[in-house]
Design a protein around this ligand. Sequence first.
Ligand code: GRF
Length: 216
Amino acid sequence: MLRIGVLVSGRGSNLQAIIDTIKSGKLNASIEVVISDNPKAYALERCKKHKIDYQIIEMKNSPSRKYFEEKIVGILKSKNVELVVLAGFMRILSSYFLKNFPYRVINIHPSLIPAFQGLHAQRQALDFGAKFTGCTVHLVDESVDGGPVIIQAVVPVLPEDTEDTLAQRILRWEHKILPQAIQWFSEERVIIEGRKAFIKDARYGELPVNPALEIF
Ligand code: GRF
C-alpha cells in the first residue's frame, strides 16, 4: 500500500477521483494526509466527508517560502508519505522541497505539456486555436509544469467550446490518468532515465491515453 500525501488549493475533484479509485479497490494507496494552502478549499469538505486527515498551511501566515515548505515537509515526513501528489496545488515548490522527496512528487496539468504550461492552460489552448489539447501527469522538477512526463491523454477542442466546457472535457481524463499514475508508483513500475519517465511493461501506442490505462 503506497502512502501518499495530496496537496490542494481548491475544488479537489482530482482528490475525489483518488478517493473514489482507492475505495473501488483499483488503486492500492492510502491518503495519509491532505494539505491545503487555502482554508476555503472545497477539497477540505471532501476530507471531512471521507474522514481523511487534513492540515491547512497558509503562505500568508509564513514568514518565508522556506518556512512554509518546511512545515509541509514536516507533516509529510511525520506521516511517512512515500509519494507527494499535487492535485490543483497552485504554488511552485522549491529545490528544498523537492530534495526531500526525490522523484517522488507528481503533478496533474490540464494540457499536453510542453504546450500551455502555467496558469489557465485551457484558455491558452482556446486562444491559440489548438485542435487538440489534453492533460498530463508529470514528475515535478524546478520548472513550471515541465518535469518528465508519466502519462498523457489527448482531448479534442471543439469550435463551440468555452473555457468551461473544454475544462470539463479534460477533467474527465484527469480523473483517470492521475489515479493510474499513482497506481504505477504503487507497483514500482515508474522508471526515470534522465528527463524521461517510462512505465515498465505498460502498453504504449494507443489513443487517447499513452501509455494505456490499466485500472479503468
Ligand atoms: C485541474 O484542472 C488540474 O489539472 C489543475 O488544477 C485543476 C484542479 O482541479 N492543476 P481540482 O481542484 O482537482 O478539481
